[in-house]
Design a protein around this ligand. Structure first.
Ligand code: ADP
Length: 712
């Protein structure tokens, strides 16, 4: 019979019993009123026998006590449940018999309510003859005759199983949640123990984890009245035996003895009365064992307990495994983060290291070119300058890409004239295309806004990359830039650019990967065409960071079309569009006093040559400290401040200058010279109150422009 049917039957019996009791109470009243006669007494004794039979055969434990709590009747189920037969129970105080000490107050409360309400229902705990706690449902009613309580009736039902089932569900849930929420494995074990203690006494309980390679057991949790183990070899222990068996076990003292006699195990520690252990199974592998034992009571655990513990054990194993996996993933991602950080650090250092000598190479090349070299030398110097610039572009690409990867790039939102912008591109690429005998054209497919708001430098960078590729990979035919406004809404314009060529084309299976960093369509691309595989990765980042999208359409032999869109703003009519700066003539700095704080002699040498050429009066300081001293004594119209210097660097010197109380010192324009365009150095620059900065190696025009812009 399944549990539900049995329960229904119990309820029915319960109902019958209550009806009968009510009838009995009524009859007693009638008898009291009407007096005895013999027929009635026969009926009465028959009814009494019937009632007694009913009470005895009912599957619920029934106890009747007198007004003082002395037992006057118990049924067979009472004996089954609590272990006391009628002889042991009758005339005993029910509280002494089955109420655990800690529940005595609750009993008093039940009695109180009972007197007023006549009936109380609750779930509570009672104890049996052996002191075992039993979870029961209790219906307590009083028996009233002539408005007077003459007795109490208690009906008990064992709900341990039901409760255990609910508890097991609760425990499973709590253990899984803990496994997800706690980061450290060691923090999960207390939860496991706390949860298990809802059902079992955990004073003799341990969790053992099994290490297959070393065949050892480690105990992340171990609680025992008698022994203490932290790590033991698994061989010949009962725990090891359970791992080998892969099944849960319930051993009594004798079972353990016979196992020991058969040589299967060597008992270590104090012998116990009962030992219950379940393997922790994850993915068909046993990762450990959970075990309860008891030193006093052989019947402490039953097969039901083993089943419940096995069920929980499976969940614990999954929880442990899941947490371990999660931890591995978290650890891996932390390592990846650290690696990315150190990569950035490395790039930052490399910038400095590469740019300093590059500065020297390009700077001296520029100087050599100014000194009227011989015709034959001119070629070498121009090649040198070309290679230097190429190397500089490469370094810039790598740095740019890294900067984008670390999310440190900021896009300008500046109004610019789109027509002028496109004309510049047309001019520059017509010239380069002609040199390769290629046609070049820019086609506006519909009317475009004349002015837009966005980042012209980044747009130029994208088109520059795409057009350079088109030029590089096309031998015959043409290169076209198609531009179309896809959408205009409010003050926004979505513009699509397509760079189309008739070059070598790209196989379909490479369309995706060419946008990844350092990848090219074929392994011999570098050999034939040069390049690093960074250009498209940079384009993709630049487009996507501006909310756009880039894709390619291409077939080998038929050319390629790279298409991307960006949404620009449209300026208010009043906004002034930035005009291209007129070409500089290097005039206007004559007689200006400039203090140059730079430790690298060669850098100073190069810059000094240019500055003097522009008529500037240059003073040199080898570090920030000397610069500060000079500034105290002399007036300067501007300081060129290298940020990396010994003794006192430019960052520190700038801070001191800006804090000065003397306005002559405090407000002196400062243009920083820096090799790093990324990472923390750049952040530092942003914080500093400098007026501008120039990246090394500087272009003479750039140096001139910045000085001119800020000089006093
Ligand atoms: P790089 O040009 O420095 O190698 P890119 O990221 O710009 O790096 O391009 C990646 C690869 O995509 C190129 O090496 C080439 O194989 C392919 N590719 C890019 N543009 C074109 C094009 N217009 N025609 C043919 N192949 C191209």
């Amino acid at each position: 019979m399944d549990y539900k049917e049995k329960y229904e039957e119990l309820l029915e019996a319960h109902r019958l019993l209550e009806n009968e009791l009510a009838a009995l109470t009524l009859k007693s009243d009638n008898q009291a009123n009407n007096g005895n006669d013999s027929i009635k007494s026969i009926v009465e004794s028959r009814e009494k026998a019937f009632l007694e039979h009913l009470i005895d055969s009912t599957p619920e434990a029934i106890a009747i006590t007198d007004c003082c709590g002395k037992l006057t009747l118990v049924n067979t189920e009472f004996t089954n449940l609590f272990g006391f037969n009628p002889e042991e129970a009758i005339n005993k105080d029910i509280n002494d018999l089955i109420v655990p000490d800690e529940m005595i107050n609750e009993v008093i409360r039940i009695d109180d309510v009972n007197i007023r309400k006549q009936k109380v229902y609750r779930q509570t705990i009672r104890k049996d003859k052996y002191g075992n706690k039993i979870h029961v449902s209790l219906i307590a009613t009083n028996i009233v005759i002539n408005n007077e309580i003459v007795a109490y009736l208690g009906i008990y039902r064992d709900i341990s199983l039901e409760r255990k089932k609910n508890l097991v569900q609760e425990i499973l849930y709590n253990i899984s949640s803990a496994a997800l929420n706690q980061f450290e494995m060691k923090d999960i074990y207390p939860t496991i123990v706390q949860e298990l203690s809802k059902i079992w006494d955990t004073s003799n309980f341990f969790i053992a984890l099994y290490d297959k390679d070393s065949e050892t057991l480690s105990m992340p949790f171990f609680s025992d009245e008698k022994d203490n183990f932290r790590e033991v070899p698994a061989r010949k222990t009962i725990t090891g035996w359970v791992i080998g068996l892969k099944k849960p076990v319930l051993f009594k003292e004798n079972d353990l003895k016979s196992l020991e006699d058969s040589g299967d195990i060597d008992l270590v520690g104090t012998p116990c009365k009962v030992w219950m252990g379940v393997p922790l199974r994850a993915d068909n592998e046993i990762i450990g064992v959970m075990c309860f034992q008891d030193y006093h009571e052989e019947n402490k655990f039953t097969q039901d307990d083993v089943n419940a513990l096995e069920f929980i054990g499976n969940q614990v194993a999954i929880a442990i495994q899941r947490r371990t996996m999660l931890n591995n993933v978290i650890l891996a991602s932390r390592k990846a983060e650290e690696a990315a950080q150190s990569k950035q650090q490395f790039m930052s250092t490399m910038t400095h290291e590469i740019r300093t000598p590059l500065n020297e190479v390009i700077g001296i090349t520029n100087l050599l070119l100014q000194e009227h070299p011989r015709e034959d030398q001119m070629d070498y110097i121009k090649t040198l300058r070309f290679s230097g610039n190429h190397l500089l572009t490469l370094v810039n690409d790598v740095l740019d890409f890294n900067k984008m990867e670390s999310g440190k790039i900021i896009f300008e939102q500046t109004p610019f004239n789109l027509s002028d912008f496109l004309n510049d591109i047309l001019r520059s690429y017509s010239f380069r295309s002609k040199a390769k005998n290629l046609e070049f054209d820019i086609v506006k497919q519909n009317e475009l806004p004349v002015e837009v708001v966005g980042d012209p430098i980044r747009l130029n960078q994208i088109l520059f990359n795409l057009l350079s590729n088109a030029l590089k990979f096309t031998r015959h035919g043409s290169i076209t830039v198609n531009i179309v406004e896809l959408e205009r809404s409010g003050n926004e314009s979505k513009i699509e650019f397509t760079v189309r060529d008739t070059g070598i084309g790209i196989p379909k299976d490479k369309h995706k990967i060419i946008f990844e960093s350092f990848t090219q369509a074929s392994p011999d691309t570098t050999r034939h065409y040069g390049g690093t595989g960074l250009g498209l990765a940079i384009c993709k980042k630049l487009v996507e960071l501006q909310g756009g999208n880039i894709e390619v359409e291409s077939e080998p032999g038929k050319g390629s079309a790279f298409r991307f869109f960006i949404t620009f703003g449209i300026p208010e009519k009043s906004d002034k569009v930035r005009q291209p700066e007129p070409a500089e003539t290097y005039a206007g700095l004559e007689g200006k006093r400039i203090l140059m704080a730079e430790d690298n002699k060669l850098n100073f040498f190069v810059a000094n040559k240019f500055l003097i050429g522009w008529g500037v009066k240059v003073t040199h300081a080898e570090n920030g400290k000397i610069a500060l001293d000079l500034l105290e004594r002399e007036d300067f119209d501007l300081i060129i401040m290298d940020l990396h210097m010994p003794v006192m660097d430019g960052v520190e010197a700038t801070r001191i200058i800006r804090k000065s109380e003397n306005p002559r010192i405090k407000d002196v324009p400062i243009v920083a010279l820096t090799a790093a365009i990324m990472s923390e150095n750049h952040d530092k620059i942003d914080d500093l109150k400098i007026n501008d900065y120039i990246l090394k190696p500087f272009k003479p025009q750039d140096l001139f422009d910045r000085i001119k812009k800020h000089v006093r």
